[in-house]
Design a protein around this ligand. Structure first.
Ligand code: GUN
Ligand code: ZN
Length: 434
């Protein structure tokens, strides 16, 4: 294959460590006039333009963005493909919301044409919001995952997804069985896991909708294929937690249900965790599991406030999730805007550099992909964004008053959304242009 090499000149910022571990100043690298060099889909150099430009081989094209910020692509650690058509469903909290809106909407994925249509819309929406990697729930139907992976593969995206396993407490039209859920998941794993930049996640929806037999088989898949992901929901809503107690009276608590069925581990991501207790955070951290913090969803469904300081105390891996359609935006910038308010309501702060970490490197660590995505370090995948300082008149005017990259970043996260994302690159290819 011929060598393709291209360079991008702009202000460049990436997170290189968790501010909770190293302090804010050591957590990022910023190049006011930077250069990012991309070769064959990977980053080959990053630094000050003045230092790198003289050594750049003749003929390498340099694209200059004088009023923009290059960052790594955003990583959404929790989102539902089949809920794209029901964002903003009125009036209910989790359990009624599932029955009233979610299950009927997901049932449409029995039709492969519908699955293909929504997969296209969904991936376009991810990319126009700057999300280059997502951990995605399909519906119970294998075709939801086939449609998603086929569309992601065409663009060489790094994506993780799985078919929902759900064999009780849901309408008949939307359930599998312990055995069929296992077999269908296995067929999808054989077809997609490790193909290009795609990965499979075993996806029991949450404890109430899986029998003990199904949870056992989910755990079995994880032992049969050691580098698989596992995704589910936990401790999002108080009624949900009470229901889990009734369904699994023999277990110590919600997390212990998943622990018993051997679903915790380094590639396991638990969405929400709003009401986790200290011991559960410790156990999640001990097993290398991660939590997806989903602030727009937790506000919208009235679920509660995620305790990020408690997670930090336990050194628990935390990523950011939009949780569309419980969440109200595909934008991780808007998700960070709400995350800031979650901290404010608990008398805590969320620094813009911690926010950047959550949306990029923190997500990559939650997914054990930090050697491939989440930073702009040479050798990693060239998945990056060009954020436009003049995306809206207000943003443009407001940023004129900003005196530091910290302030600029915070304003981008407060006022920014899909309009802020001028271009999105995946594996070095432009996959979105506003
Ligand atoms: N718990 C079980 N299923 C779901 C879902 O689809 N969305 C959310 N937010 N929570 C869940
Ligand atoms: Zn969810």
């Amino acid at each position: 294959m011929p060598l393709t090499r291209k360079a991008y000149r702009a202000a460049i910022l990436h997170s290189i460590a968790d501010p909770a571990e190293v302090g804010i100043e050591a957590s990022y690298e910023y190049f006011e006039d930077g250069l990012l060099v991309v070769e064959n889909g990977r980053i080959s150099a990053l630094g000050h333009a003045s230092e790198l430009l003289p050594g750049l081989p003749a003929g390498v094209q340099v694209e200059h963005f004088p009023d923009a910020l290059i960052t790594p692509g955003f990583i959404d650690t929790h989102i539902h493909l089949p809920q794209t058509g029901m964002v903003g469903a009125y009036g209910e909290q989790l359990l009624d919301w599932l029955n009233t809106y979610t299950f009927p909407c997901e049932s449409q994925f029995a039709d492969p044409d519908h699955a293909n249509e929504v997969a296209d819309i969904f991936i376009k929406e991810l990319l126009r919001n700057g999300t280059t990697t997502a951990l995605v729930f399909g519906s119970v139907h294998p075709q939801s995952v086939n449609a998603f992976f086929a569309a992601a593969e065409k663009l060489d995206l790094r994506m993780i997804a799985g078919k929902v396993m759900m064999d009780r407490n849901a309408p008949d039209y939307l359930t599998d069985t312990a055995e069929s859920g296992y077999q269908e998941s296995k067929a999808l794993i054989e077809r997609w896991h490790g193909k290009g930049r795609l990965h499979y996640a075993v996806t029991p929806r949450f404890a109430p909708t899986s029998t003990p037999e199904q949870l056992t088989l989910a755990g079995q898949l994880l032992t049969e294929y050691p580098d698989l992901y596992m995704q589910t929901h936990i401790s999002e809503n108080l009624q949900e937690i009470q229901w889990v107690k009734e369904l699994f009276p023999e277990r110590k608590g919600y997390l212990d249900v998943y622990d018993h069925y051997q679903l915790l581990g380094e590639r396991s991501v638990f969405a929400h965790g709003v009401h986790l207790c200290d011991d559960e955070c410790a156990r999640l951290a001990e097993t290398g599991s991660a939590v997806a913090f989903c602030p727009t969803s937790n506000f919208f469904l009235g679920s509660g406030l995620f305790n990020l300081p408690m997670a930090e105390k336990h050194k628990l891996n935390v990523g950011l999730g939009t949780d569309v359609g419980g969440g109200t935006s595909f934008s991780l910038l808007q998700t960070l805007n709400e995350a800031y308010k979650v901290m404010q309501l608990q008398g805590a702060r969320l620094s813009p550099f911690k926010s950047l970490y959550l949306a990029t490197l923190g997500g990559a660590r939650a997914l054990r992909l930090e050697d491939k995505i989440g930073t702009l370090h040479p050798g990693t995948d060239a998945d990056f964004l060009v954020l436009d300082y003049h995306a809206t008149p207000l943003l443009s005017y407001r940023l004129k008053q900003a005196n530091s990259i910290a302030e600029t970043l915070f304003v981008l996260m407060t006022l920014g959304d899909d309009r802020t994302v001028l271009q999105t690159f995946a594996a070095g290819q432009q996959v979105h242009q506003r």
